[in-house]
Design a protein around this ligand. Structure first.
Ligand SMILES: Cc1ncc(C[n+]2csc(CCOP(=O)(O)OP(=O)(O)O)c2C)c(N)n1
Ligand SMILES: [Mg+2]
Length: 346
């Protein structure tokens, strides 16, 4: 029998030679891992809420794109990765970085423009990353990270280091020329990549159905000869299941998979977005599908996790955030003499 205790239906639509399925054979993660998924989503949610407040208070120069509402995607994908696997991100990278294990203090310090930031203050929000943890500094050129992901995966194959590359992008990336070139290169060379489309229905103010003619993004995979699946991106277990299958396929040398995660950004696109392009009713409907609320409800009802235990995880997260703020605020500004350091190759 399929696992009826799962929070929502898993794979909604499959295209091409889809691998993910709602089969009974998928074992639920161990209890500690289930709790870890929740804790990691809470960390991202709270981090972003606090970053928004700090931004409004004037602590953070430059712009921001928050990840509120999409937490299940980053957490589900990264839970399927090894620590040394690669991750390439976008202009909306904080959640990806936290899920990959980048220190919250180092991310926040980067946002503050401090010397202890992940890019020593040379990147800011849209370039957060730590290559020591497998995360390339994020790339804000929409679709621009896709050919680079193919390059990273090509290097892994040449070096035979067994690393898989996870490449995140939004629905707005899939009409960029770079996206098609990168996906095609990965397909023809059977590169170890998992392409993760976070379809949050809008590219800034442009609705996806206005610029994508097919019913799903995933079915475009068929044109390139790789499997594509569309899943409920607010269901962290659905994301984890599809990611595990795609990672396994990539690591075994069978090539890339495209996973389209249907999700919704609960905040504006970036700072000062009045969201006039979408209906408040639509926002309310997606709020009912909040990834944290749904997963928390399932943990309590189907897994009998005590509310007190979840409150403990939340308290742990609050402390991590307090420590991150303290770290960022107490960190020094970069030395002006370091302005050309790490910019040119020696
Ligand atoms: C090549 C390119 N064109 C335009 C922009 C400006 N821009 C930044 S984010 C964005 C929308 C991206 O939408 P999507 O890929 O769906 O990601 P989301 O913001 O929804 O996470 C645009 C148009 C850019 N950064 N790069
Ligand atoms: Mg989008």
């Amino acid at each position: 029998m399929p696992d009826t205790t799962a929070p929502m239906s898993r794979v909604q639509h499959a295209a091409g030679q889809a691998q993910a399925s709602d089969g009974p054979e998928w074992p639920l993660p161990a209890r500690d891992d289930l709790l870890r998924l929740y804790r990691d989503m809470v960390l991202i949610r709270r981090f972003e809420e606090v970053v928004n407040e700090l931004y409004l208070q004037g602590h953070i120069p430059s712009t921001l794109h928050l990840y509120i509402g999409q937490e299940a995607v980053a957490v589900g994908v990264c839970a399927a990765l090894r620590p040394d696997d690669y991750l390439l991100s976008t202009h909306r990278p904080h959640g990806h970085a936290l899920a990959k294990g980048v220190a919250p203090g180092a991310i926040l310090a980067e946002l503050y423009g401090k010397a202890t930031g992940t890019c020593k203050a040379k990147g800011g929000s849209m370039h957060v990353g730590d290559i020591r943890l497998g995360m390339f500094p994020a790339i804000a050129v929409v679709g621009g990270n896709v050919p680079l992901a193919a390059g990273a995966a090509f290097a892994s194959r040449m070096l035979k280091n067994g690393r898989v590359t996870a490449c995140f992008f939004g629905d707005g990336a899939v009409n960029e020329g770079a996206w098609h070139e990168g996906v095609n290169a990965a397909a023809i060379w059977d590169l170890p990549i998992v392409f993760v489309c976070e379809n949050n229905l809008y590219a800034a103010s442009t609705p996806v159905q206005a610029v994508v003619k097919t019913a799903t993004v995933a079915e475009r995979a068929l044109a390139y000869g790789l499997p594509g699946v569309t899943i409920a991106g607010n269901d962290v277990l659905a994301v984890l299941q599809a990611s595990q299958q795609a990672v396994e396929r990539a690591r075994a040398g069978h090539g890339p998979t495209l996973i389209e995660c249907l999700t919704y950004r609960q905040c504006g696109h970036s700072r000062s977005d009045p969201r006039t392009y979408r209906a408040r009713e639509e926002e309310a409907a997606w709020k009912l599908k909040d990834p944290l609320d749904q997963y928390r409800g399932w943990l309590v009802s189907a897994q009998q996790v005590a509310e007190a235990q979840l409150a403990g995880l939340q308290a742990e997260v609050e402390q991590i955030i307090r420590d991150a703020i303290e770290f960022a605020e107490n960190s020094p500004l970069p030395d002006p003499d370091s302005i050309y350091a790490d910019v040119f190759k020696d």
